[in-house]
Design a protein around this ligand. Structure first.
Ligand code: PLP
Length: 224
């Protein structure tokens, strides 16, 4: 199936309140343009340099989401245009995003990455850490970031029962944190679900899914 057909199929199954992030990492601009021409405007990348290059090459009415782990020293390269940063997992990173956003007189939306998987390899903070950050005075001084939700990645397993448990944990974390409304924290987004599990994620409360291979086909990392 073509990229357009894949996109049409996925979009036809998504409830209206769910945002589809087309995860285009490792794929060439020509593939992204095919999705763009099919109407897709939200793209997710996991490497800052790659996102910067694609941002330069593509039309300017695209929302670019950084979905990967962010190194603090690279925030400056995307601060002028990034629409949403999904994987914020510590306060120092928030501070750096705030500092870089200020240079462009922007407010950058961020999601706090919550660790829901049992695997050690997945990044993220606990809901307690997230709650502490949001309530801290240091956080209240950051006027150029806004925390608009949470993001999580489930364990890489075929055990749907476990995945469901982890998605449910993210939904509960969202609800707990959602009670802490502050000037720069107003939660509305739950980013969870990928090609293999986005339908389950939506059943568990996701309203933003990050889908790559089901749109663009399998990724071939050896070519990179
Ligand atoms: C690559 C990636 C995805 C998309 O994965 P697919 O299985 O190809 O849909 C989603 N989220 C993150 C954080 C990713 O790195």
């Amino acid at each position: 199936m073509s990229i357009q057909q894949n996109l049409d199929h996925i979009k036809s199954t998504l409830p209206e309140h769910v945002t589809l992030v087309a995860v285009s990492k490792t794929k060439p601009v020509s593939d992204l343009m095919e999705a763009y021409n099919a109407g897709q405007r939200v793209f997710g990348e996991n490497k800052i340099q790659e996102m910067v290059e694609k941002h330069e090459a593509m039309p300017k009415d695209i929302d670019w989401h950084m979905i990967g782990h962010v190194q603090r020293n690279k925030v400056k390269y995307m601060a002028s245009f990034v629409r949403l940063i999904h994987g914020v997992d510590n306060f120092k990173l928030l501070k750096e995003i705030n500092k870089q956003a200020k240079k462009y007189d922007r407010v950058i939306d961020c999601l706090l990455q919550i660790k829901i998987a049992s695997e050690d390899s997945k990044f993220g903070m606990s809901v307690e850490e997230a709650s502490e950050i949001i309530q801290s005075e240091d956080f209240s001084e950051l006027q150029h970031i806004k925390v608009v939700g949470v993001m999580g990645m489930a364990t890489f397993t075929n055990d749907l029962h476990q995945v469901k448990k982890e998605f449910t944990l993210l939904k509960t974390s969202f609800e707990d944190l959602n009670m802490l409304k502050t000037a720069n924290c107003e939660l509305q987004t739950i980013s969870m679900g990928m090609s293999g599990d986005y339908e389950l994620a939506i059943d568990c409360g996701s309203n933003m899914v990050r889908v790559g291979s089901s749109i663009f086909g399998e990724r071939n990392y050896s070519k990179q």
